[in-house]
Design a protein around this ligand. Structure first.
Ligand code: JD8
Length: 458
């Protein structure tokens, strides 16, 4: 690849004589040429700038000088794909993906501006031409004094992708930000000898020799770092590239994968009075989906109107006998739970058959646990159940910690039963009841809350 850099400070690029880029130049893999813009000035002061039209501070670089320089440099090269790279704070953010694209070109010409920048007609002039392609790029949202630093970055980032520059091309695939398997995540932490430094040991797993565990640990570290430092990258992750382990790490940090699309930040929090309308809307959207087919639409609509309206939720949110948890995204509520607490420590569940199946007291009912279809199987329901367990396990009724959480779920709803089972609920027996004229069969499941010896739940 040939790269030409034009600058009024050509010495700035001397660093590219060093290290891998220097070797690539000596090996002929990279033909890097640095030009002094002043070679294309015509006055004895070698002037490259002038005052800005429209007034204002500073000086602007002249288009005619740049035009002569770029016409000459662009004219030197053969055919093939040429990209004119114009570093500017107002450019598109340079990313590994755009670097990978630049690395497929035959030639790059990088124009380093100074002062207040280059007259805007230069970019327009070359962008209007058949060739070269023009890329206005920025390194990031901070202000530098010129384009030279960006030229150093572009040359190093592109050169190391050229065949034969980096010793083990395998490591390129492994790198973060790239399109390789680790693409889109930050690097995991790395360690080397001594195994103990400043009282700090190396993580045991890295000394285990167990490659599978090491790979999993490194992946988890990369995910956790990315969640903490670059949540924007999590939103850009390709769901198909996330395995079960990845999804578990993301879920632990509040990121869940909906049925369609990229990971979403879901916050689980206690319901508050302002949630009533959104909860009623969510309940109306989710309750019918969990109803067995034999239940008629009319019965369902009647039940929703009677029991799941905004007014009912407003009462749940302000009445201490009820606890509401909600799962919320930036787009609104996607899940909720409702727990009914006993008024007294010995108050039995309101259905006799349940009271017999759930003897422990105080007993609280997980009355509602619903998640929008797009988030079913994403782990959001599990996060809600974990929040419910933590919240209810911390509640005393007449000074006695709530001993058990019980729920009734449709016997035919295998997914729900499996989900509750995964979170510690065990089936304690059937529960039969009527909806209108329709006989229904639920299973009752229960989760013991009070600490057994060695059980650290409390
Ligand atoms: C090119 C002139 C300086 C910028 C007045 C300070 C890139 N990420 C980046 N930040 N800054 C640059 C950059 C700065 C440049 C030039 C790139 C040419 N300046 C100007 C506008 C405000 N001075 C950059 N890539």
């Amino acid at each position: 690849m040939r790269v030409d850099v034009v600058s009024i400070f050509p010495g700035y690029l001397d660093a590219l004589d060093l290290s891998l880029v220097g070797k690539a130049r000596r090996d002929g893999v990279l033909d890097l040429r640095v030009h002094d813009l002043r070679d294309w000035t015509t006055d004895r002061h070698r002037t490259v700038d002038d005052t800005p039209f429209g007034g204002g501070a500073g000086m602007v670089m002249r288009p005619d000088v740049w035009g002569r320089a770029l016409d000459d440099v662009l004219g030197e090269g053969g055919s093939g794909r040429t990209v004119l790279v114009l570093p500017t704070p107002s450019g598109e953010r340079l990313t590994q993906r755009s670097v990978e694209d630049l690395a497929t070109a035959d030639r790059l010409v990088i124009a380093c501006g100074r002062y207040e920048g280059i007259d805007a007609r230069v970019a327009d002039h070359y962008a209007g031409a058949e060739a070269p392609e023009v890329r206005e790029i920025s390194l990031g949202d901070y202000v530098l004094n010129g384009g030279e630093v960006a030229a150093l970055v572009v040359v190093e980032a592109v050169a190391r992708l050229l065949p034969g520059v980096v010793g083990n091309p395998e490591s390129l695939v492994e790198e973060s930000h790239g399109t390789g398997s680790k693409g889109g995540l930050l690097e995991y932490p790395v360690y080397t000898k001594p195994a103990e430094w400043a009282g700090r040991p190396v993580p045991d797993v890295l000394l285990s020799g167990h490659h599978g565990k090491v790979a999993r640990w490194r992946r988890d570290q990369a995910l956790e770092r990315t969640v903490r430092r670059r949540p924007d990258l999590i939103e850009a992750l390709e769901p198909a590239e996330l395995d079960r382990g990845d999804r578990a790490v993301l879920a632990r940090h509040g990121w869940f994968l909906p049925a369609e699309g990229a990971p979403v930040r879901v916050r689980v929090r206690p319901g508050r009075s302002g949630d009533a309308d959104a909860l009623a809307e969510l309940a109306a959207a989710t309750f019918p989906l969990a109803c067995p087919p034999e239940l008629g639409e009319a019965d369902i609509a009647a039940f929703v109107a009677e029991n799941l309206g905004a007014a009912r939720f407003a009462s749940y949110l302000t009445d201490a006998r009820y606890r509401v948890q909600v799962a919320e995204t930036s787009g609104g509520l996607v899940g909720y739970t409702l727990v009914v607490l006993p008024s007294t420590a010995e108050e039995p569940p309101d259905a006799e058959d349940v009271a017999a199946l759930v003897p422990d007291r105080p007993a609280a009912e997980l009355s509602k646990c619903y998640v929008l279809p797009a988030f079913q199987g994403s782990g959001v329901a599990g996060a809600l159940l974990e929040a419910v367990r933590r919240e209810v396990a911390a509640i005393d009724v007449e000074g006695r910690p709530v001993a058990v959480l019980w729920l009734g779920t449709n016997a035919a709803n295998r997914r729900a039963r499996a989900g509750y089972g995964k979170h510690g609920y065990t089936t304690v027996g059937p529960r039969r009841f009527q909806v209108g004229e329709q006989p229904m069969e639920d299973v009752v499941m229960a989760l013991g809350l009070t600490a057994e010896p060695g059980d650290n739940r409390r």
